[in-house]
Design a protein around this ligand. Structure first.
Ligand code: ADP
Ligand code: ASP
Ligand code: MG
Length: 410
């Protein structure tokens, strides 16, 4: 078998932990598998490097910032290759450009275009454990790029797809994908299996255990994806294709994002081209808009348009929307910070009625006011006041029967 393993920042956090990773990779090698290991920088390192660049330049060039932040993974590939050699294993480290992980030129958020597997295959033929730097690639011009925060997950899954690996194992500091972030809810339960589609929704809606693009890759190329702990021998969670059993579960998981700001543009003329104008301008300014809701037109052919953006984009959005609001003859612009989005996700929703009503009732019973609702086939999201986020997650977790039954170990 060919196995791609990925170890995150906590798993690579200090020399002892790196030795632990080396032992695990060697176990797979000794079991007769070809092994490619993708690693993240030591935990905290990427943040430290980002802070350094911001101390030198208020608005650093993204190209140079990528040169700096990609170095965290250069350190860990070298250390892990050494640790494996110290244990008498064969190993070789690879940076993104040495594999040739070719990306576009969207610095800080680049997308992988292609992977040349020649060098990795040669290394595997020599029975080496190939240790590859996560998070980084190279563009057509030869500049170093990075794949966005959490991007090592995507490096691993993309390599697994390119090498047609039999499995991709993401080792982290929890032993699988849980019904909700175990740091928020101590009754969260580990899932044995979750569908690609549900995982994609959970990741997009705030469960940062896997980077969104890694799940997209896994789904597209049908890579069997395991999420496991590097500290235990628990089998973890398999992210895989949907099957009948998954549909019997109404809600598989709950995700939450905080730190959003909600905008409402009142009395927007209800005519073609207006939404395109507003959201086109926001897109041109590189502002990522999340939930968008437009009310049906009032009698005077005017509507209200509500949407959310990340807190950091609040000021920029406010200026821009005020300007455009005037140009299109809209009414006043309101905004509020401190908004959270709580979402329930499950493929079972497709065939079951009443899930939304149940969610709204649970929030009502807790006295939580819902600001905006948005739904898709397998998820329902509610915007609420951030201070109720954890309360809402816990109440929904219990109401949809996700709580663990046994008591927590350790
Ligand atoms: P790594 O450094 O290994 O990539 P991350 O911090 O990126 O690790 O991801 C693991 C973290 O994801 C966990 O510590 C956990 O707090 C968080 N998390 C959020 N949602 C979930 C979830 N549904 N299941 C498991 N972990 C989750
Ligand atoms: N080191 C990078 C980050 O902290 C990539 C990763 O860990 O996946 O975002
Ligand atoms: Mg991560």
């Amino acid at each position: 078998m060919l196995i791609v393993q990925k170890y995150g920042g906590t798993s690579m956090g200090d020399p002892d932990r790196i030795r632990n990773v080396a032992r695990r990779a060697l176990l797979a090698r000794k079991a007769g598998h070809d092994v490619v290991v993708v690693v993240s920088a030591m935990s905290g390192e990427t943040n430290r490097l980002l802070k350094l660049t911001s101390e030198i330049a208020r608005r650093p060039s993204q190209r140079e910032q990528d040169v700096v932040v990609s170095t965290g993974e250069q350190v860990t590939v070298g250390l892990l290759a050494l640790a494996i050699q110290e244990l008498k294993g064969k190993s070789r480290s690879f940076l993104g450009h040495q594999v040739r992980i070719l990306t576009d030129s969207a610095f800080a958020n680049a997308r992988i275009r292609s992977i040349d597997d020649t060098n990795l295959r040669a290394s595997l033929r020599k029975k080496e454990i190939a240790v590859v730097a996560g998070f980084q690639g190279i563009d057509e011009q030869g500049s170093i790029t990075t794949l966005g925060r959490g991007g090592s997950d995507t490096t691993a899954v993309a390599l697994a797809a390119a090498l047609k690996a039999d499995a991709c194992e993401i080792y982290t500091d929890v032993d699988g994908v849980y019904t909700t972030d175990p740091r928020i809810c101590d009754r969260a339960r580990k899932l044995d299996r979750v569908s690609y589609e549900e995982m994609l929704e959970l990741a997009s809606l705030g469960s940062k255990v896997l980077q969104i693009r890694s799940v997209e890759f896994a789904m597209k190329y049908k890579v069997p994806l395991w999420v496991k702990s590097s500290f235990t021998d628990d089998p973890g969670t398999l992210v895989t294709e949907e099957d009948k059993a998954m549909e019997n579960v109404l809600v598989s998981g709950i995700a939450v994002t905080r730190d959003e700001s909600r905008f409402v543009i009142r009395n927007v003329p209800d005519k073609p081209g207006i939404a395109a104008r507003v959201f086109g301008a926001l897109a041109d300014a590189d502002i990522v808009v999340d939930v968008i809701v437009q009310t049906p037109a009032h009698e005077d052919a005017r509507t209200d348009m509500a949407f959310t953006v990340g807190r950091l984009d609040t000021e920029k959005t406010r200026e821009l929307v005020r300007k455009i609001g005037k140009q299109i003859g809209a009414g006043k612009v309101e905004h509020e910070e401190g908004i959270a989005k709580v979402s329930i996700v499950g493929v079972g929703m497709r065939n079951h009625a009443g899930v939304a009503a149940r969610m709204f009732q649970v929030l009502a019973d807790e006295g939580v006011n819902i600001r905006v609702i948005s739904t898709s086939e397998i998820k329902i999201s509610c915007l609420i006041d951030e201070k109720y986020a954890e309360l809402a997650v816990r109440a929904l977790h219990t109401a949809f029967a996700l709580d663990r039954t046994e008591t927590k170990k350790g």
